[in-house]
Design a protein around this ligand. Structure first.
Ligand code: KG4
Ligand code: ZN
Length: 325
């Protein structure tokens, strides 16, 4: 089965052609990062307008790279939430148009479940497993019971990890998006500042106290040592994410662990997770960076399992900007 996936939930316009859920024939992405960098964050109206400009080209490019035509596409999968309303609507309506003209099924995909499914691309992983999803808008531990059942085991009580990275980067005077910048300047730095690690019950997370502590620290310093602050902040985030992921995985009895979402690109997090799960003899899957950040291959993959289960959302499908798992 060949699926065309479309992703426009935030600031990346992406289309992908994926065979049998896992084999990526193409995955094209037009990033808007440079446009939004000027404003220090994503401007929703600009994002939606840019998606409109790019979507047609990106879909054509995905088909061309995969060496297929619309006649070869068996179904369409589109991220329909959570995300920015205007941005989501562009991908959704484009997918609807293609499904209507070509008389093929259309499936709406939960963006976060899509992130989790990035781990299926080009691997033999099968559920059940636990997933740590760390993105700009989400930080959660999800139990993936089977291909269609996702259960929240833990979640952030305030900011998402990516949000904290972006905010601290801005305070440190680093360009948007801040996560990759903090990752870069923290490289080869041995952090020496101990920032607080929030202790919230269960497997939940909290990053707002850490954010405040870092901002207060910067305000008090006459000559702040930016790389050390960045590395120390990153260490605090990585420690909490890794500790909670290990505890949840062991206590919930999972034999496999996965990482997902944009923050999963972070080198320190990948290394800490790998070391921690090696020690416990638990297999850890981490998508390659291009499948960690927003992309349509993961959306096509998630859509494949719904289509295989006989689902078809049809042309009444709507966008749900605040869609919950
Ligand atoms: O998953 P994603 O592409 O979009 C959302 O669904 O939110 O995640 C974007 C987030 C941003 O906050 C960005 O700063 C963060 O992922 N990010 C990183 C790194 N690369 C992207 N954070 C830390 N280290 C990185 N290398
Ligand atoms: Zn995302």
């Amino acid at each position: 089965m060949i699926i065309l996936g479309i992703e426009t939930s935030c600031d990346e316009t992406s289309a992908a052609v994926v065979k049998d859920g896992r084999h990526v024939l193409s995955n094209t992405i037009a990033s808007q990062v440079e446009i939004h960098a000027e404003f220090g964050g994503v401007v929703p109206e600009i994002a939606a307008r840019r998606h409109i400009e790019c979507i047609g080209y990106i879909v054509d490019e995905a088909l061309g790279e995969a060496g297929v035509t619309l006649a070869d596409i068996d179904a369409y999968a589109v991220a329909n939430g959570p995300g920015l309303a205007g941005a989501l609507l562009v991908g959704l309506n484009y997918a609807k148009g293609l499904a209507f003209i070509n008389k093929k099924p259309l499936i709406g995909v939960h963006h976060i479940e899509g992130h989790v499914c990035a781990n299926f691309l080009e691997t033999e992983l099968e559920p059940p497993f636990l997933s740590l999803v760390v993105s700009g808008g989400h930080t959660s531990l999800l139990a993936v019971e089977d291909y269609e059942t996702y259960r929240i085991v833990g979640a952030t009580r305030d900011d998402a990890a990516g949000e904290a990275f972006d905010k601290i980067a801005r305070v440190l005077g680093l360009p948007y998006p801040g996560g990759p910048q903090i990752d870069k300047i923290s490289c080869d730095i041995e952090p020496t500042i101990t920032f607080p690690r929030a202790k919230v019950p269960d497997y939940d997370f909290s990053f707002s106290g850490l954010k405040t502590a870092v901002i207060q620290y910067i305000k008090k310093e006459e000559n702040p040592d930016i790389p050390n602050i960045a590395a120390s902040f990153q260490k605090a985030v990585v420690d909490v994410l890794t500790d909670r992921a290990v505890a949840a995985c062991l206590n919930e009895g999972f034999a496999q662990m996965t990482l997902a979402g944009g923050v999963a690109c972070n080198k320190a997090l990948r290394q800490a997770m790998q070391t921690a799960f090696n020690q416990k003899n638990i297999r850890l899957y981490m998508p390659k960076p291009v499948y960690c950040t927003d992309n349509a291959a993961m959306i096509a993959c998630r859509g494949y399992y719904s289509i295989k289960n006989g689902k078809n959302d049809g042309l009444n499908l709507n966008a749900f900007p605040g869609r919950m798992v």
